[in-house]
Design a protein. Structure first.
Length: 204
């Protein structure tokens, strides 16, 4: 059985995933955090190595052990890829989990630690969101402004600063930041959230 075409198809699909991972992390390229960027590609790239190596492994298999060899190889590849994915930015993952669970105080502490060790704009922005959620818009504003200063194209930072401005009663400045989101690096979800936030400002 030839695995050339299935392997090629799998590599093409993986290349698409790598492309989208790269797009999601392009803010790291803007601030020249190349190591952080490549680190996030490691799970997908390691999967690519396993996929590319599959035909060579199966060429060594016999008719009797073909299925077991295939299963062991794929299982090993999946386990190793999962382990490597969890090893990528574990502190960031823990902070994000705390935020999603509503533990904003812990998230703010974790993101603050991250900004001290790796002052990336995305961490300052997430720190701002966490502080804003704890009811501290002044510190949230400071954190968001640090993020924007480091990366003026980071859309989520403008959203978080707008939220802090709104909490402080600065509706005009909040609206300006929400409008800015449509001219910088932002995805469809963020633009939709900005639109909804502007509508709420108008009603308020």
């Amino acid at each position: 059985m030839s695995l050339f075409y299935p392997t090629l198809a799998a590599l093409v699909i993986l290349a698409v995933f790598v492309f989208f991972i790269g797009r999601q992390n392009r803010d790291l390229l803007r601030v020249r955090a190349y190591r952080e960027f490549l680190w996030r590609l490691i799970p997908a790239l390691s999967t690519g190595v396993f996929i590319a190596g599959l035909p060579f492994v199966m060429d060594e298999a016999t008719f009797d052990n073909y299925a077991p060899v295939l299963l062991v190889y794929l299982a090993g590849a999946a386990v190793l890829t999962a382990v490597m994915a969890r090893a990528v930015a574990p502190e960031e993952r823990h902070a994000g989990t705390a935020f999603r669970k509503g533990d904003y105080e812990r998230a703010a502490t974790l993101y603050e630690d991250l900004t001290e060790r790796r002052p990336l704009p995305r961490y300052h922005s997430a720190h701002a969101a966490s502080l804003d959620a704890t009811g501290d818009p002044l510190r949230a504003l400071e954190a968001a402004e640090r993020a924007i200063k480091l990366d003026p194209k980071l859309g989520i930072a403008y959203y978080n600063r707008a939220s802090a401005f709104a909490a402080l009663g600065e509706k005009a400045r909040a609206r300006a930041d929400l409008q800015k989101i449509f001219t910088v690096d932002s995805n469809r979800t963020l633009r939709r959230a900005a639109t909804e936030a502007m509508e709420m400002l108008e009603k308020g």
